[in-house]
Design a protein around this ligand. Structure first.
Ligand code: AHR
Length: 523
């Protein structure tokens, strides 16, 4: 039995039974006259924690390094990240944020305080990459700051001082100190996370205790730059749940509903990883189609998880003022043998690329509430965009998905309906295809189609309503095996290639490779 999956304008998927059709063909309908929410570019955000080689070595090599750099920041990494138009970077954590003290990371490099990174491996943290270096990095890649402030071991005063140091244009002592350290103009801080996983590594707080802290931090820790606040106010993001349970969300959103003038939030975070067991045991390469299917099945649970959290948010915030911010998501596999297990180093395969596309599509369908997301993590940690080893750098399959999705940043959601049946592997049954469409600011229609089936190619015919189409072109990302990876020696195993797509009799026609992510533009 083939099923028809209907993704309606309100992002509601409905499953209906329809007659049997050939499994090798799928029919899509795209109605460009019916648009939905804007797919916020911040859905494509990144997360860079001071963890392992995520920042040190991955971004920061220091100005004296033989690795080509600009003021200590790797040039190769910067130019790769510019290509994927990173909208924001969350830093310094993660769990590390609740042990980070910003004063250790300012002032002359040779006078920085070296500390221990007790959360991640107990290694020395030289703090040579601090506030100014982070902001310089953002300028170089063209991105915005998402700062996580320390609620676990810090104080409201320490956090308020950090924000004053970064954002005050007035001649305060802290602003003068910033100027003396090389940056007279205020830094732009677009987003502020108030704690991280406060129910666990952020201090093992109850929801009530966290709420008492939230009231204090949200009130006293301010962005002091009127110019920035007038143009694009800094968004405050509260700690949210870490899975399907809605208890924490209930508590925060109920309090939000009755909040007075003296505190407010603009976002509620959600952390959820695709992982097998704890500690995570799935190998990041060297697996077969069975594990591939299980991983994709498990990642698709993100949709249901969002629905559950959104239902609670809708109850207390029907106008959707508070964004759901999925600021940690992605595949968390077992550490690569021979690496420090605390550095969370894993390989990144075609399976991770497909997993990324499925999650990005889910976020796009929830775009009215999910207005920000940050994949964990940007470089050398978990589901990374980039892997480095000293002077070597390689771009991962996940990097290429983010690159292919750039046209969807700030584009307007367009509903797609499709018939494609299921793909079954052992006891696991999955939708064979996933797809989203969007209209960009120039009126160009973009379509993404993922073929989850690792063996069968798929002929696609798509009806196009609300657009007079003449031509189509696009790229596809696939590879010989589900666990194919890019390595320093063979960096082009999983890279996008042009795909033959055409418009014929007003319909879009193309063939999808098995296990592939394809992005098409129609004009
Ligand atoms: O991304 C790794 C860790 O996972 C983060 O530090 C923490 O917030 C989460 O549990």
């Amino acid at each position: 039995m083939v099923r028809r999956l209907v993704v309606a304008m309100g992002f509601v998927a409905v499953i209906l039974a329809v007659p049997v059709m050939a499994q090798e063909e799928a029919h899509l309908s795209i109605d460009a006259s019916k648009t939905g929410a804007r797919i916020d570019r911040h859905i494509f955000g990144q997360f860079a924690e001071d963890l392992g080689h995520g920042v040190n070595e991955g971004i920061w090599v220091g100005p004296d390094s033989t690795i080509p750099n600009t003021r200590g920041i790797r040039n190769d990494v910067v130019s790769a990240l510019r290509e994927i138009k990173v909208p924001d970077v969350r830093w310094p954590g993660g769990c590390y944020a609740d042990e980070y003290h910003w004063r250790n990371g300012i002032g002359p490099a040779d006078k920085r305080t070296a500390t221990l990174n007790s959360v991640w491996g107990g290694v020395i943290e030289p703090n040579t990459f601090g506030t100014h270096e982070f902001m310089d990095f953002l300028d170089q890649i063209g991105s915005e700051a998402y700062i996580s402030i320390n609620v676990g071991t810090g104080t409201p005063k320490e956090a308020a001082d950090w924000l004053e140091y970064m954002t005050a244009p007035q001649e305060t002592t802290l602003a003068r100190e910033r100027a003396a350290n090389g940056h007279p103009a205020p830094f732009k801080v677009g987003f502020m996370g108030i704690g991280n996983e406060s129910w666990a590594c952020g201090g093992n707080m109850t929801a009530d205790y966290y709420l008492s802290q939230l009231g204090i931090y949200s009130h006293f820790v301010r962005n002091l730059d009127p110019a920035q606040q007038a143009k694009q106010p800094m968004l405050r993001i509260a700690v949210g749940p870490g899975g399907p349970s809605t208890e924490w969300t209930e508590a925060i959103m109920k309090a939000y509903q009755h909040h007075g003038w003296s505190w407010d939030i603009d976002g509620l975070s959600l952390h959820w990883y695709t992982m097998r067991g704890w500690p995570p045991s799935s190998a990041s390469t060297g697996f077969g189609v069975g594990e591939y299917a299980e991983t994709l099945k498990s990642t698709l649970a993100m949709d249901d998880l969002l629905r559950k959290q959104e239902a609670v948010m809708d109850k207390y915030d029907p106008k959707k003022n508070v964004a759901l911010v999925v600021d940690e998501w992605g595949a968390w596999h077992a550490p690569l043998p021979g690496t420090n297990p605390q550095f969370l180093v894993q390989q990144n395969s075609l399976r991770d690329a497909i997993l990324a596309s499925l999650n990005l599509n889910i976020f796009a369908r929830h775009a009215d509430r999910v207005r920000m997301a940050n994949i964990a993590q940007m470089i050398n940690v978990l589901q990374a965009m980039i892997l480095t080893d000293k002077e070597k750098m390689v771009l991962t399959p996940t990097y290429y998905v983010f690159k292919m999705y750039v046209p969807f940043q700030d584009a307007t959601f367009v509903p797609v309906t499709f018939d494609a049946g299921t793909y079954t592997q052992g006891s696991v049954s999955l939708p064979r295809v996933d797809a989203i469409a969007a209209m960009d600011a120039t009126g160009k229609l973009w379509l993404e189609i993922t073929n989850l089936d690792p063996v069968e190619p798929l002929e696609i015919e798509a009806d196009l309503t609300g657009i007079t189409a003449k031509s189509a072109k696009g790229e596809t990302l696939t590879a010989p095996a589900v666990d194919s990876i890019n390595t320093f020696e063979a960096p082009d195993t999983v890279v996008p290639k042009p795909v033959a797509a055409k418009v014929q009799g007003g319909k879009l026609v193309l063939k999808l490779e098995p296990k592939s992510v394809t992005v098409i533009s129609v004009e």
